[in-house]
Design a binder for this molecule. Structure first.
Ligand SMILES: *Cc1c(COP(=O)(O)O)cnc(C)c1O
Length: 383
């Protein structure tokens, strides 16, 4: 803990364990057949973990493709030298087509207007526009209705500027693979693929599994799986932990920037939502707040780790800072903290660990959102 790498300009940061990311990728590799490809989902800056650095680790570990949510996320990867195929998981506006072609980024397609405009621009650029057809099988978010896939393909595939590189769908309830809803989506997808093949249409790479489907239903892997949350060592749902061993990749840490021992009865932070209940309470300031992903809804409800012990966060969490309290009692003498002492907001310290799931539960959300939040502003240190 002595020679810890920390940012020069701020005593709050995110640590990314590249070894853990690599091992999580290998755990998914072990779960898939050699002929099945792995598309690593690194949208939203790799769920807050830093897309460029994660892409490097995952490419060297053997990733076959990357998926992002926006065209700009794809451009960032290309500018950083990523050479693997990059798929955008929705259909961008027509105005994005020039950027897609210039950076060799593959869009999802589900409107005739976009597809034909894309094909035209590709011909003009002297190339062929590769696309993945998104199929609507029940989530009611994006895609061509499964019953209309053949008709849709026939209305665009005459275009010599277009090439179907893949066909996919996305599950709404893959964390319940025995459930009727999941099975219905999978059946509709398989039927749409079969109908296209019967009509003589090439489907390219056929894929539908997110992390939970990849883990729970190996029979549904098809040609490729799209793994996101699991790569970062986070379980998509509680039952997943029994099926695959994953290591958390992100930790969030801070150093104490200031300490004070207020008198009994004094308030702490905006609105004085906490008052010092007695003497012998030390208030320590940490330089991260809700603009760093530490949701204000956690105020007075969360804990951090200090020397392997849990201490309470107190007062309203501010935009850029928050306070924690050390209480000494005759029976329990947690040492007073000093300026510069390390505190752990997410991650392990000693024998204890605060997980993304613990914080998500307190916030009333899912680990996905907690991780994305910490990626917003905190500097990332890659271990
Ligand atoms: C985000 C996303 C994924 C990855 O989901 P995880 O649950 O993180 O594995 C896969 N496919 C699509 C279409 C997505 O939007």
């Amino acid at each position: 803990m002595l020679e810890r790498k920390i940012p020069e300009t701020r005593w709050a940061w995110v640590e990314i364990d590249r070894g853990a990311l690599r091992r999580n990728f290998r755990a998914f590799r072990a779960l898939t057949q050699p002929r099945e490809r792995i598309c690593c989902v690194i949208k939203a800056d790799a769920y807050g973990h830093g897309a460029v650095e994660c892409a490097r680790v995952l490419a060297s570990a053997g990733a076959d493709m990357f998926a992002v949510a926006t065209v700009d996320e794809g451009v960032v990867l290309r500018d950083a030298g990523v050479t693997l195929p990059i798929l955008v998981l929705s259909e961008p506006p027509v105005s994005a087509i020039g950027t897609l072609l210039a950076h060799d980024i593959i869009p999802s397609v589900y409107t005739v207007e976009f597809a034909l405009a894309y094909g035209e621009c590709a011909v003009q650029a002297g190339t062929v526009g590769r696309y993945h057809l998104a199929i609507e099988t029940g989530m009611n978010r994006i895609g061509v209705r499964c019953t209309e896939a053949v008709e849709f393909r026939e209305s665009i595939d005459f275009h010599r500027g277009l090439c179907c590189d893949g066909v996919y769908t996305h599950f709404a309830t893959a964390d319940d693979p025995d459930g009727w809803d999941y099975k219905l989506q999978l059946r509709r997808f398989d039927e749409a693929v079969a109908a296209m093949r019967d009509a003589g249409l090439e489907c390219g790479i056929v894929h539908c599994d997110n992390t939970p489907a990849t883990i729970f239903d190996p029979a549904s892997h098809h040609d490729m799986v799209r793994v996101g949350i699991g790569l970062y060592g986070l379980d998509p749902c509680p039952q997943a932990a029994a099926r695959i061993e994953l290591e958390p990749v992100m930790s969030v840490r801070a150093r104490v920037t200031r300490t004070i021992m207020p008198a009994m009865g004094e308030g702490v932070g905006y609105g004085f939502t906490y008052r010092v209940p007695r003497t012998a309470v030390e208030i320590c300031t940490l330089p991260l707040g809700y603009a760093d992903g530490l949701s204000r809804t956690l105020s007075n409800r969360m804990e951090v780790l200090y020397r392997g012990e849990r201490i309470r966060q107190v007062g309203n969490i501010c935009m850029d800072q928050c306070m924690v309290a050390i209480h000494q009692t005759p029976l329990h003498q947690t040492p007073w903290a000093e300026h510069g002492d390390l505190m752990t907001i997410i991650g392990s310290d000693g024998d204890d660990r605060i997980t993304m799931d613990e914080m998500a539960e307190l916030r009333g959300t899912i680990n996905y959102e907690v991780a994305c939040g910490f990626g917003m502003r905190l500097e990332k240190i890659y271990l």
